[in-house]
Structure formats: structure tokens, C-alpha cells
Write a protein that binds this ligand. Structure first.
Ligand code: ATP
Ligand code: MG
Length: 790
């Protein structure tokens, strides 16, 4: 074998090499977190091209997020030794199921009754549409909310059931009206030339099934198919893949059953198990060496996931240095948790914790529920700690962003009725519900879009008064912007958009970025917020600027709108050093040297829903999420919980997560918390603590009363004395070696991560009888408790 330079294979282990080099036939790579699955998959793409097995665009690679797709593109480009810019021409089809489906669907839209320029609706539009349908049917949407119907429709689409294919077992859905309304909804979407997210796959599958010639064309075309995160594919995605792969049978799927976390969205981990049946002769490759995490982190993750019954089971090992144990810390409440984490992050980034400094870009906070993010955002804004929120279309979900996008959509497609409805009276144009209804009636009468309806109404004198004049201005505005869209030119490479929102609309030859500004200006939308006196207004204007800035990365408004309707994450990919905040779901496939996992409390994580559910399926999925969380960490993983948390404005007292009990003790350090324990965090603790006590904490909530117990305890006072005498903070977080401390006496006050505070009432060998303040009498092995008054 002649030696050829194949640098992209450097360092791969034998199992990875096998996965890269086994080019013919189906391959399943089944392996735990951090074992280099994604890396092997990427090398395989390069190898396919290097071996000239396929031209770039004959390779189809499916990733789970757009971010993952981008990273893979960059890596492939680098491995191939050409600049990342050369992308897309000489690059494989890489993207999410959704983005790849759009590409296919645009070419064959007419086969499902759409025009190629169809609009992609987001959940907000989808709900508005469903509400209209429900109202037209006189259904009480208090009892039968649109959201519920949306849930059913989503569920059916994930299973690739078109309205005619929904099985009769589902007939009872949504008060027996579900399937009928589903059919109406699909009809309505078609008349709007629109699709929702689920349709992207559903329509493709429909086309593939009904048009053998089209399918055959793609089957021939895609010689090699690769799929990352295969464990999270739903039925529709699975069919999509199976149909496409049946041509050449060269499909390589990569997955980890322990990381299947989208069951609630219809993902079927069973797809992994079926693989060998669907693709006979599949080569199954297992990877066992983890290259990401330290042994402690790996052991902690393995300990937690071991509690799941439904698993294939895998071996994982690592050669990494032992490193730090997983750190566990309890806090008084969510705000204190955010404060502590903020301080930790800063300290770690400066290197004052005794470790080498770790930059903000390499630290992440992974939350279970997005409402947890607010506490961190608030705190970080206060202390000026730069952060970015990834995952969940949060940015694009904000009201002002959605309004602005509706204006852009109208400019691109004036027939976009949903966009019209959204902004025709935003800002207020003196058009009440009645006026909007008249426009709708008129539109139906002339059989045209709302914009045309409005035009016709105005022409016929059907609308008078102040509203009429303003509506006319609005219609003229849309016409003008639409005209300008056609004339926009790409922005110069390093467009500096200055001044933001200028008074003078620019001339004809606009960049699309300038046009966006002009639209927001002329429509009165910017002044609406400028004149708004609420505290949020300023932030909203900031967001609008951010939005305009984001446009610079695209070469047209259309391109941008398409991108936004597809992104699952906030894509502001700036190079600045920022801490990442994201949900555990969004963190899949990613890795960070330093990871914080806050909110490990029963009811939050695992979620209340999974606890209430009968059976263990929900809890097991939550546990896999815990596994995903811990295994994102390379060197330092910190888990935390709070005893009190404000959830949607209500204080709740919380018990530590059951997953905390499952952490193997030998791999965990329990840290003392400044608030809950009166702990050893040096100078920072009393300041934050005292401030909190005087300020926010006096808010008269019942549960809060117990906090006084902590403050009044002798231990807390001793601690304060000690800290007063010790000005310099300790270089490392103080940890308590629980196992070493055996000297217990009856009457000692103790703390247990799950049961909270209590007093020892009896001692029997290494077992303690403890009367817990909240949880009652328990017998506990002594190494699981720690002294409350450190
Ligand atoms: P996950 O299940 O979390 O998606 P994964 O199996 O896809 O994980 P990768 O992200 O591909 O794992 O790899 C984890 C880390 O290990 C990456 O930083 C990667 O660069 C590194 N890595 C992978 N293979 C090797 C190897 N053979 N030698 C050294 N480092 C490796
Ligand atoms: Mg991966």
C-alpha cells in the first residue's frame, strides 16, 4: 500500500479507524459520550472525498443542530486543507434534518401543492393559525387550548402521519376533533403557501413515497449518508433516512442510547436497535475510550446512568489524569446559586482558584429549564460578566424581534398574511379589531391576500377616518419596501452600520442591511419603542440593533429569513470571550473544560412532569439528560441545587435531586455554601451574604423564616468571627472531607444533601440517627452527612 498523506487520520484509535475506513455498506457506531464518534464521522467524510468515492455533493451528512453542522463544515474544510470559505461549492450537503429538507422541498414544492418560495412558520404563527381555526369552529379554547392541538399535530407529524394516515386509535384526540382540524390546518397552510417545522420532513417523506422517480433520483445522487446523534431521530426522520439510503445502502449512523433525550418529541431510541434489521450486514463498531473527561467526571456520569434499567450498557475508560472530583454545592436560593456561580466563573477565568485560568469561552452553564436562565442573565448583567445564551430560539422569540421579522417578511412576500396581521396595527395605526376584520372580509371577497384586501378596501372607500390614512401609508410602505428588496445589493464585506436608525431613508440602491433599518424606521416601529417609557424599551432597541447586525452575515433578506426560521440556536457567533448559558438539550454533542450544572432539585431536575408520570420512562430520560450534562465537562464539573427557588414568581422550597443521591460518593467533593452552610468562601461570602440578607431576602416569604435559623446558629457566628480574622480568601474552595470526619456527638447539627438540616439523636457504629428538620427521623451512614456548623 503506497503511503499517502492522510493527516485527518492522525491519532485515531483502531476502532475509530475502522469506522472511517469501512466505506461500503451500512455502519453503526454505537458508543458512549466523548469517545470520538463525531470526530470519526468527520474524518470519514474527508476520507470519502480523499478516496474519491464520491464527489462532495454526493455526500449527505445530518447533524442535530445548525451549530454542529457549522462546526463539522469547518472541520472538514480544515482537514481537506482548504479555507472554510470555499464551503458549499466543494462541500457535502451538511445540515440538520430540517435544513436539508428545506433544500429538497424547495425543488419539489409543487408536488405537495406549494410554491417554491413557501414561508416557514414558527410556533407563534402556528398557534395563531390554529386559534383562528378553533375560533371558526366555535370551540372553547379555554377548555381546548390551541397549544394542545398543536401538540397533537406535532406528534402526528413526527410519526409521518398525514391527516389521512392518522390511525383510528387517535380519533379521540382533542375532543374527537383533532384529526379533522389537522386536515383543515394543512389545507390552510397550503393556501398560505406556508409550512410549519414538522412539514419540512413530512412533505419530503410524502414526496419520496408518492414519486418514485424523485426518490430514485436522490437515492442515486447521495452515494454516502452519515448521521450523527442517531439515537434522537424520530419516525419521520428515520423514514426520510431509510428511503434515501435504500439506494446505495452506504449509511453510517452514530449514536449513544444513553444520550437519547428527545423521547418527548417523538424520538425513538429503538431506531438504533432496529438498524441491524433494516440494514442487514451492518457493521457495528463500538468505541470505548473517552477522550474528553477526567476519570472522576466519567465515573460520576457512569454512576448516575447506571441507575437506568433500559440501556444497552457500555464500557468507558480514559487515560486522562485524575483531576478534580465533581463538585457539589447546595445554596439557599436560586439567586444565591447564580451569584456563587458568577463568582466562581470569574475566579476560574482569572486563575485565582488555584487552577490554570480558564477563559470565559470555555466555561458553560447548562440548565434543565430555560426559566432558570433569567437568574444568571440578571446576575451577570449586574456584575458585567459577558455571557451568551445558546439554544432555544430565545432571541428570535422576543416580541420586538418577531415584529421586526414580520416587517421583513412582508417586504419579501407581501402576501404573507400572518405577518400582515401581526404588524398592521403595530405600532398603533388606529385600526381596531373591527377594521382588521373588514380587511379580512374584503380579502376573502376579492380572493387575495390581506394586503390586497386592504388596498381594495381603501380604493372602494370602505374604510375612512384616521385609520384609513395610516393604513394607506402602511400599504404604500410595504409596496415600497417590496420594490426595494428586488434592488438590494449584498452588504460590503465589513459593513459598518452607522448611524443606526438614521432619519433619512436611503436611495434606491440599498444594501439589504440598510433596507432593514429603513423599514423599521419608516414603519414607525423604532419610534414606537423610542417613545415607550417602560424599562424594557431600551433593551428592545438594543435587540433590534442586534438583529440588524445579524443581517450582515447574509446576502439578502430572504436568506436571512430562511436562516432564522431554521435556527435552533441563537447564532451570534462572535469571538468575544463569553460564558455560555444553554439548556442541557442544546448542549448535546458539545464540550467545555468547565461546566456548571445548577438546579439539581426534584421537580426541576428531574422535572415534575417526569416524576408525576406513571412508570419510569420519564425519569430515565431525565437521567440520560443528567448523563449528557456531566459528560459535557472536560476537567471541572460543578453540580448545585438551591433550597428555595422562585418559579414563575412563586417561592417554592426544594429538595435536592434524586440524581444527587446517585452520584458515587468517591468521585464527589461537597463544597460548603456561603448562604446555606455559612461556608468557607473567604471574603466573598460575607459580602454577598450580608448584602443579600439586608436586601432581597427580607421579602416576607414563609419559607424564608428558616433562613434566620442559619444566621442565628452558633456556627454562622463563629464563621463570621473567623472570617473577620482572616482577611485573605483561600486560594482553593474549601472542601470537607466527609469520610475523614468520624467524631460525631449526639446533639450535633448536621446537613445532608437530600434531607437538609437535622440533629443527631443517636450513634450506632457508622450509622447516625438523625432528626431532620423537614424530612423527619432517618438513619444515615455517617459519611453521607456533614457538620452543619463548619
Ligand atoms: P458525544 O457523545 O458527546 O457527542 P463524541 O463521541 O461525538 O461525544 P467527540 O466530540 O467526537 O466525541 O470527541 C470528544 C473529544 O475527544 C473531542 O475533543 C475530540 O477531539 C477528542 N478525540 C476524539 N478522538 C480522539 C483521539 N483518537 N485522540 C485524541 N482525541 C480524540
Ligand atoms: Mg458527538
Amino acid at each position: 500500500l503506497a503511503a499517502r498523506p492522510m493527516p485527518y487520520l492522525d491519532g485515531l484509535n483502531p476502532a475509530q479507524l475502522e469506522a472511517v475506513m469501512t466505506l461500503d455498506g451500512p455502519v453503526l457506531m454505537l458508543a458512549g459520550a466523548g469517545t470520538g464518534k463525531t470526530r470519526a464521522l468527520t474524518a470519514r467524510i474527508v476520507h470519502l472525498m480523499a478516496e474519491r468515492r464520491a464527489r462532495a455533493n454526493e455526500i449527505l451528512a445530518v447533524t442535530f443542530t445548525n451549530k454542529a453542522a457549522r462546526e463539522m463544515k469547518d472541520r472538514v474544510a480544515r482537514m481537506m486543507g482548504h479555507a472554510a470559505h470555499a464551503q458549499d461549492t466543494g462541500m457535502p450537503w451538511m445540515g440538520t434534518f430540517h435544513s436539508l429538507s428545506v433544500k429538497i422541498l424547495r425543488r419539489h414544492a409543487e408536488l405537495v401543492g406549494l410554491k417554491p418560495n413557501f414561508t416557514i412558520l414558527d410556533t407563534d404563527d402556528q398557534l395563531r393559525l390554529l386559534k383562528q381555526l378553533i375560533a371558526a369552529e366555535n370551540i372553547d379554547d379555554k377548555r381546548w387550548p390551541a397549544r394542545m392541538l398543536a401538540g397533537f399535530i406535532d406528534h402526528w407529524k413526527n410519526r409521518a402521519w398525514t391527516p389521512g394516515k392518522v390511525p383510528s386509535s387517535e380519533a379521540g384526540a382533542y375532543n374527537n376533533r383533532g384529526t379533522e382540524l389537522y386536515a383543515q390546518y394543512q389545507e390552510r397552510l397550503r393556501s398560505l403557501n406556508a409550512v410549519d417545522f414538522g412539514d419540512l420532513l413530512l412533505h419530503c417523506v410524502t414526496i419520496f413515497r408518492a414519486h418514485g422517480d424523485v426518490l430514485a433520483q436522490y437515492q442515486r445522487w447521495f452515494r454516502y449518508i452519515l448521521v450523527d446523534e442517531y439515537q434522537d431521530t424520530n419516525v419521520a426522520q428515520y423514514l426520510w433516512l431509510r428511503l434515501l439510503a435504500q439506494g446505495h445502502q452506504n449509511i453510517c449512523c452514530v449514536g449513544d442510547d444513553d444520550q437519547s433525550i428527545y423521547g418527548w418529541r417523538g424520538a425513538e431510541v429503538g431506531n438504533i436497535l432496529k438498524f441491524e434489521k433494516d440494514f442487514p450486514g451492518a457493521r457495528v463498531i463500538r468505541l470505548e475510550q473517552n477522550y474528553r473527561s477526567t476519570p472522576h467526571i466519567l465515573a460520576a456520569a457512569s454512576g448516575v446512568i447506571a441507575a437506568n434499567a433500559a440501556r444497552l450498557g457500555k464500557t468507558l475508560w480514559t487515560e486522562a489524569e485524575e483531576g478534580e472530583k465533581v463538585r457539589l454545592i447546595g445554596h439557599w436560593d436560586g439567586e444565591e446559586e447564580a451569584r456563587w456561580i458568577g463568582e466562581e466563573i470569574e475566579a476560574i477565568s482569572r486563575g485565582t482558584r488555584g487552577w490554570d485560568p480558564v477563559g470565559l469561552n470555555r466555561q458553560a452553564i447548562l440548565v434543565r429549564a430555560s426559566h432558570q436562565m433569567r437568574a444568571f442573565e440578571d446576575r451577570f448583567l449586574t456584575i458585567g460578566l459577558p455571557y451568551r445564551v445558546i439554544g432555544g430560539p430565545r432571541f428570535y422569540e422576543r416580541q420586538e424581534i418577531r415584529d421586526a421579522m414580520a416587517y421583513f417578511r412582508l417586504a419579501v412576500s407581501p402576501d404573507d398574511d400572518l405577518a400582515f396581521e401581526r404588524v398592521v396595527n403595530t405600532p398603533k395605526r388606529g385600526l381596531g379589531d373591527k377594521a382588521v376584520q373588514r380587511i379580512q372580509t374584503e380579502a376573502r371577497a376579492v380572493g387575495m391576500s390581506l394586503l390586497e384586501g386592504a388596498r381594495s378596501l381603501l380604493a372602494g372607500g370602505g374604510l375612512t377616518g384616521k385609520g384609513a390614512g395610516q393604513l394607506r401609508q402602511f400599504v404604500e410602505g410595504v409596496d415600497r419596501w417590496h420594490g426595494a428588496v428586488a434592488q438590494t445589493r449584498p452588504a460590503p464585506a465589513e459593513a459598518v452600520i452607522e448611524p443606526m436608525f438614521p432619519d433619512t431613508p436611503a436611495a434606491n440602491d440599498l444594501s439589504h442591511v440598510r433596507l432593514a433599518e429603513v423599514i423599521l424606521e419608516e414603519s414607525g416601529y423604532v419610534s414606537m419603542w423610542q417613545n415607550d417609557k417602560t424599562p424594557e424599551a431600551e433593551g428592545r432597541l438594543e435587540n433590534l440593533k442586534e438583529l440588524v447586525k445579524a443581517l450582515e452575515q447574509f446576502d439578502s433578506l430572504q436568506g436571512f429569513l430562511e436562516h432564522v426560521s431554521l435556527v435552533m440556536e441563537n447564532d451570534s457567533e462572535d469571538a468575544a470571550e463569553k460564558v455560555s448559558i444553554m439548556t442541557l438539550h442544546a448542549a448535546k454533542g458539545l464540550e467545555f473544560p468547565v461546566v456548571f450544572l445548577p438546579g439539581w432539585e426534584d421537580g426541576l431536575f428531574p422535572s415534575q412532569r417526569s416524576i408525576d408520570e406513571s412508570g419510569l420512562k420519564g425519569i430515565e430520560e431525565e437521567r440520560r439528560l443528567a448523563y449528557v450534562g456531566i459528560t459535557r465537562a472536560e476537567v471541572l464539573c460543578t453540580i448545585s441545587f438551591a433550597s428555595n427557588r422562585r418559579v414563575y414568581g412563586q417561592w417554592q422550597s426544594q429538595l435536592p435531586s434524586r440524581f444527587i443521591d446517585e452520584l458515587p460518593v468517591a468521585h464527589v467533593d461537597v463544597l460548603t455554601s456561603p448562604g446555606l452552610m455559612g461556608g468557607g468562601y473567604g471574603a466573598a461570602a460575607p459580602a454577598g451574604f450580608g448584602g443579600g440578607f439586608g436586601g432581597g431576602f427580607g421579602s416576607g416569604i414563609e419559607e424564608r423564616a428558616t433562613k434566620a435559623d442559619v444566621y442565628n446558629s452558633p456556627g454562622w457566628r463563629r464563621l463570621q468571627d473567623r472570617q473577620a480574622a482572616r482577611p485573605a480568601p483561600k486560594p482553593r474552595p474549601q472542601t470537607i472531607d466527609i469520610a475523614a470526619d468520624g467524631a460525631w456527638t449526639v446533639g450535633d447539627r448536621v446537613f445532608h444533601v437530600k434531607f437538609g438540616y437535622g440533629h443527631i439523636t443517636g450513634i450506632e457504629g457508622d450509622k447516625l440517627d438523625i432528626r431532620f428538620e423537614k424530612a423527619g427521623e432517618k438513619k444515615i451512614v455517617s459519611r453521607f452527612v456533614m457538620p452543619a456548623d463548619v
